[in-house]
Write a protein that binds this ligand. Structure first.
Ligand code: ZN
Ligand code: ZN
Length: 565
């Protein structure tokens, strides 16, 4: 944990502290305080880079929240994306108050709480756009915005120092699939009433023009539905409810059955249907176990794995290892998602496997099968023009996005009678607003906490976590040589342990059995899996971790090194 102290709130001062998301994409979280009341906005996660071995999730350092435990009165959520709600189960135990969100947002939070065995009781409070709630000196109004999923809101928070507006994530989609329009009127009204500070999404500031509506992908998908003679398999983010609706509607029109495949897509499509955000006509949906009993040209599969995740449905389908869904010539696989940086190799690998099955591959580079959920420069300028804040704080982006957004804001306000003051803040900056203006006055502890979901609870930040793993349980390096031609083991694997303590006389049998685990793991894999280094490394890591945990009760850092010879 970070050792620097959490500063006290100054009297008669509005204090805003970004705890995550200003300097990176992900783990969005912000604290807004006046006197004895602190409210938290969002509690998101970030996903690790592929080279952060053994890390499943990253959440913001919560030292600040722990230190303010008594003062934190509520958590307010803008929408249900993981980078805004993923850390809710880690934050809820740290304070007593309610969690506010729209119906869909809370429905996406619920299964997370169940997984963490957190009893929410009556703490989850559902709100709708234009609702207002009062928490101590704050009145929070929820304002409808459009994004890549339904039921998203921005926040207008009236405080003793003035009104602040937090956009959440947004684009301005003027033809929303569900007919729920961006509440531009309310933004304009707030602007007319006077806004102290605007905190706005910077994700796509470096894209010119307008992002475009979710419906923009329909034409391309229509072509794919017309042109595909076999099965259509579409990989999308599991939160892309609008994309699912478009696909369900087209499937209905083109007489195809729809199967949702992969745990998170099945779960989210169920939640969305239960709440009326996804409408599937009777008789259209089938289970993935029924896919094989329909002719290929009568089926659409909406699957997980758009980022090439080795355990997700698309990767399994691609290597012909999925129980229910097979692909072959005539079939088309569509990647209806952007490539998250860092995942290029994994995606390319999955695509090559698909190509080996003889199926066509369509990506967003080839056809317009994906559209971003974040507004481009013109949309961001429009919000600035409507809200006309006295202070502007770019949020949700890496430093270069924040600083570009700052430049744009200055240009938008240039020549008007209102000069905007830009505060280019980063995680942990304590932004104070009072009678004398606004400034970055202090630094609160922030950082990243890496979560290994097989562990209960959290581990310190990056360095501490690895040190602790190494200090407590050591490191196991398994050097595995695989024949390039057969994909089989070429010689015995070599296991090297450092700092890993075994009872005397046991080491030989333990490592011998570990070699057995490696051999079994490779034997059980198909030739195609064996020749996929990334996939095999992950399989071996999971297998060995499980083995050492079971046999020794310890969790050494396991590092398989795969060599083709
Ligand atoms: Zn979002
Ligand atoms: Zn976001």
């Amino acid at each position: 944990m970070n050792q620097s102290a959490v500063p006290d709130v100054s009297p008669s001062t509005l204090e805003v502290v970004p705890l995550g998301g200003l300097g990176e994409f992900g783990m969005n979280m912000m604290a807004v305080s006046w006197g004895d009341t602190t409210i938290l906005i969002d509690a998101g996660v970030m996903f690790p880079d592929p080279d952060q071995l053994g890390v499943d999730l990253i959440i913001p350092d919560l030292t600040f929240v722990e230190a303010r435990r008594e003062k934190v009165k509520a958590l307010v959520l803008t929408h249900a994306h993981e980078d805004h709600i993923g850390a809710v189960p880690h934050v809820m135990p740290l304070f007593d108050g309610p969690v506010y969100g729209t119906a869909l947002t809370l429905a996406f939070v619920e299964p997370k709480l169940e997984e963490h065995e957190i009893e929410a009781g009556d703490r989850l409070r559902r709100v709708s756009p234009r609702d207002r709630i009062t928490i101590g000196p704050f009145t929070i109004e929820f304002i409808r915005v459009t994004h890549s999923m339904p039921d998203c809101v921005a926040l207008a928070i009236s405080t003793p120092a003035g009104t602040i507006v937090h956009t959440g994530d947004f684009k301005i989609d003027q033809t929303p699939i569900d007919g729920e329009h961006f509440d531009l009127h309310r933004f304009a009204e707030l602007g007319a009433e006077g806004v102290l500070a605007l905190f706005a999404d910077s994700t796509n500031i470096d894209r010119k023009g307008f992002t475009g509506s979710e419906i923009d992908v329909i034409d391309s998908f229509e072509e794919l539905f017309t042109g595909t003679h076999g099965k259509l398999v579409v990989a999308a983010f599991s939160s892309s409810i609008y994309r699912m609706q478009i696909l369900v509607d087209l499937a209905t029109q083109f007489d195809r059955k729809v199967a949702f495949v992969g745990r998170s897509i099945v779960q989210n499509s169920e939640i969305a249907q239960r709440l009326g955000f996804l409408r599937v006509p009777v008789g259209v949906q089938i289970r993935d176990s029924e896919v094989a009993s329909f002719a290929a040209q009568d089926v659409l599969c909406v699957v997980t794995g758009s980022q090439g995740e080795p355990q997700a449905a698309l990767s399994r389908i691609a290597i012909d290892d999925h129980r229910n869904v097979k692909i072959g010539p005539d079939d088309t696989v569509v990647l209806s998602a952007r490539v998250i940086p860092g995942n290029e190799k994994a995606i390319a690998r999955a695509m090559s496997h698909v190509a080996r099955r003889g199926a066509d591959v369509v990506t967003a580079d080839m056809k317009h099968v994906h559209v971003s959920g974040h507004g481009s420069a013109e949309e961001l300028k429009l919000i600035l023009s409507l809200v006309r804040p006295r202070y502007f704080v770019p949020i949700h982006g890496e430093y270069r996005h924040l600083s570009q957004h700052a430049r744009v804001a200055t240009r938008v306000m240039n020549g008007t009678d209102r000069k905007v003051h830009v505060l280019l803040a980063q995680d942990g900056d304590v932004i104070q607003f009072d009678d004398n203006g606004a400034r970055i006055a202090d630094k609160a502890p922030t950082g990243r906490v890496l979560i290994d979901v097989t562990r209960v609870g959290e581990v310190g930040d990056e360095v501490l976590r690895d040190r602790r793993h190494l200090a407590a349980d050591g490191i196991i390096v398994a050097v595995v040589a695989i024949s390039r031609h057969t994909g089989k083991l070429a010689g015995d694997p070599e296991i090297v342990a450092r700092g890993f303590v075994v009872e005397s006389g046991q080491a030989e049998s333990l490592f011998g059995d570990a070699e057995g685990v490696i051999a079994d793991c490779i034997d059980e894999s198909s030739v195609e899996e064996r020749t996929d280094q990334g996939l095999m490394t992950e399989k071996l890591r999971v297998g060995l971790r499980r083995f050492f945990k079971k046999r020794t009760g310890r969790r050494p850092l396991v590092l398989p090194v795969l060599m083709e010879i």
